[in-house]
Design a protein around this ligand. Structure first.
Ligand SMILES: [Zn+2]
Length: 252
């Protein structure tokens, strides 16, 4: 986050961190949310959502070295009360060429939530269906849905909502020849109607974009995540891991 907003956010996080040190480390599963690694995203004018490969590598090595906080698969998130999970949204092609080789080398499980129209578009920014199959076969990889067209599900009609949830799942299951039961809500746009439609569509775990950790009583279809941005240096990354940015979960 750049400019005054970044300055204010960092300041508030330092205050929150001091409070955290008084009350102790916050328990729960922390789910990290990444987007692209190395490839600029044209619509992302501030460049927030593309980490450099070196910054991403630095963060993954911090996680791999920290044996006190186990790295878990998002697919095993239900009822987990401690640890961290690594997720990617949208289905960028660099997930296969930049992120996956490092994650496999470090033995870190990860989940990729793909928007199926992007995968089928032929756009080089995104994984092709063949590349997605390759990614799905990496040790520790789980593929989930991120809708068909990346619309805000909370703004969809019943018919559109059903199509976004069911068609994306059916397409991925046909392509990968395995069950797809995880979801991340595009734009984090979820309400109770969308949540129950996701359950009816057969999803058992779903991630939103609200900051925070997840305790074992957390609704598995409304899991909180921690957004990681391109300018999160080592200090900010550790601060987010410590929960000092969880105050952002109070935003709408
Ligand atoms: Zn997205």
């Amino acid at each position: 986050m750049k400019g005054w907003r970044g300055f204010v956010s960092k300041g508030l996080s330092q205050v929150w961190g001091m409070a955290g040190r008084v009350t102790g480390v916050r328990p729960g599963l922390r789910i990290l949310m990444y987007h692209a690694i190395g490839t600029p995203i044209p619509e992302d004018r501030l460049g927030l959502y593309t980490l450099t490969p070196s910054r991403f590598s630095e963060q993954m090595r911090v996680l791999a070295a920290n044996t006190a906080i186990p790295v878990r698969s998002f697919a095993d998130a239900a009822g987990v009360t401690q640890g961290v999970a690594i997720t990617f949204d949208d289905g960028y092609r660099d997930g296969l060429c930049e992120a996956a080789p490092l994650l496999v080398e470090l033995g870190l499980p990860f989940s990729v939530f793909v928007t199926t129209a992007y995968i089928r578009s032929g756009d080089q920014l995104y994984l092709s269906p063949h590349e997605l199959c390759e990614l799905a076969q990496c040790p520790g990889a789980t593929i989930g849905s991120h809708g068909v067209t990346h619309v805000k599900l909370s703004e969809c009609s019943e018919t559109e909502l059903h199509r976004e949830l069911v068609d994306s799942r059916n397409y991925l299951e046909d392509l990968l020849q395995k069950p797809v039961t995880t979801l991340s809500y595009p734009h984090g746009a979820v309400d109770l109607r969308v949540r129950s439609a996701a359950e009816q569509a057969g999803y058992v775990l779903a991630a939103c974009s609200r900051f925070g950790t997840n305790l074992d009583d957390r609704d598995p279809l409304m899991l909180r995540r921690t957004d990681i941005w391109s300018d999160d240096d080592g200090e900010i990354f550790r601060s987010k891991m410590d929960g000092n940015w969880d105050w952002m979960g109070w935003r709408t």
